[in-house]
Design a protein around this ligand. Structure first.
Ligand SMILES: NC(=O)c1ccc[n+]([C@@H]2O[C@H](COP(=O)([O-])OP(=O)(O)OC[C@H]3O[C@@H](n4cnc5c(N)ncnc54)[C@H](O)[C@@H]3O)[C@@H](O)[C@H]2O)c1
Length: 343
């Protein structure tokens, strides 16, 4: 009888309605970011530290941080393949929210499929069990790469066929489904945004949309960019400022407002040719040439225009950085990077 009562209590406490929600009036959440030294992690830590306090955001990765990152706030080693190590961090630092960034991206994943399976799939198993065990709110980014050639591409709605042809896409569909399953089965507060290509001045991690970052670095340093996609390849994109605001607003959204656990978000869609045109308004001497490689096949199977109307409807998502602002911002930010680091 005692055991039965205990079991009932446990399953009740996992009930969907009882998911904890932090509002700005309560104590700030303690946040752990995995894979934090990639394109999104460092900026994300900065953004969330401004909001919740420096000590409340713990950045982790398996690589050695720069002095700048180490001085910015708490940084510790965490391998997502080491479950016990993750448990220790969550316990020692009293973690409430987990932002799971560790991954091998689309182009890199194709170069090392076994490693992508380990990091993207086994790693996901670890963090989701961890989140369940310690009742964490967990955010996992997905991607336009979670769609494939059978999906409608213009626009791609929130719920549709998902048959990706990259190991990256397969692992992200797996993460989406696993998260939804843990939500329905255990009441886990799983939240997932499908990001388009995220554009920032930091070096990208080996994705198919990276050209939209590389073009600014190349053009500002040497006036010329060789693009690995054809000029008319249309892909959805977003500036990192919008991506991090989306992440933060979505993490704060009350559970009652969320009709689903996985949402598309985007800000714009453009082709390499259209981007080059916009940049040439600032840098008329810009030269661009095209030499498509294997990334073209990946891009050809991905959404061209992403439908994020459900995110707009349910938690008031609204992009702020549109294409003209994006180009102005990137030219300024990349110039500053080049001046500071020489790269
Ligand atoms: N950048 C984008 O355009 C974009 C778009 C859509 C989705 N996303 C998703 O956002 C997340 C972050 O993207 P990003 O661009 O910062 O990626 P990134 O490749 O720049 O960084 C990933 C990080 O994961 C770390 N990592 C690898 N193996 C690990 C392990 N075993 N343990 C712990 N960390 C490990 C790497 O060291 C790296 O710093 C990813 O999950 C990605 O799928 C990114």
């Amino acid at each position: 009888m005692m055991v039965l009562r205990k079991l009932c209590r446990t399953s009740l406490s996992f009930s969907v309605n009882k998911i904890r929600h932090f509002s700005s009036k309560q104590d700030p959440p303690r946040i752990l970011i995995t894979g934090g030294l990639g394109q999104l992690g460092v900026e994300c830590a900065r953004y969330l530290r401004n909001k919740y306090g420096r000590e409340n955001v713990i950045l982790t990765d398996i690589i050695k941080p720069s002095m700048e990152v180490a001085n910015d706030g708490p940084y510790i080693f965490a391998d997502i393949l080491d479950f016990k190590g993750l448990q220790k961090i969550v316990v020692d630092h009293r973690v409430d929210w987990l932002i799971h960034f560790s991954a091998l991206l689309s182009a890199i994943g194709e170069q090392n499929v076994p490693l992508a399976v380990r990091v993207n799939i086994e790693g996901m198993h670890n963090v989701i069990e961890l989140a369940k065990q310690y009742r964490l709110r967990i955010f996992v980014p997905s991607t336009i790469g979670a769609f494939g050639p059978d999906s409608p591409r213009n626009p791609t709605p929130n719920v549709t066929v998902q048959r990706p042809r990259t190991i990256y896409g397969v692992s992200k569909v797996h993460a989406e489904l696993l998260g939804e399953y843990y939500y329905h089965r255990f009441g886990l507060d799983f939240r997932c945004l499908r990001f388009p290509g995220v554009i920032s001045s930091d070096p990208p991690g080996g994705g198919t949309t990276d050209y939209a970052i590389a073009i600014f670095h190349d053009v500002l340093r040497k006036g010329h960019h060789e693009c690995y996609l054809k000029p008319d390849t249309r892909l959805p994109m977003m500036h990192v400022r919008d991506a991090l605001r989306a992440l933060s607003e979505f993490l704060e959204a009350p559970n009652e407002s969320l009709k689903r656990r996985v949402y598309n978000v985007t800000a714009m869609s453009f082709t390499p040719e259209e981007l080059a045109d916009k940049i040439s308004a600032h840098i008329p001497e810009l030269r661009i040439s095209y030499r498509p490689d294997s990334r073209q096949d990946i891009a050809d199977s991905w959404p061209q225009v992403f439908d994020d109307s459900e995110a707009k409807r349910d938690w008031n998502w609204k992009p702020e950085v549109h294409m003209d602002d994006l180009v102005t911002l990137m030219i300024k930010e990349v110039k500053e990077k080049i001046a500071a680091n020489g790269f």
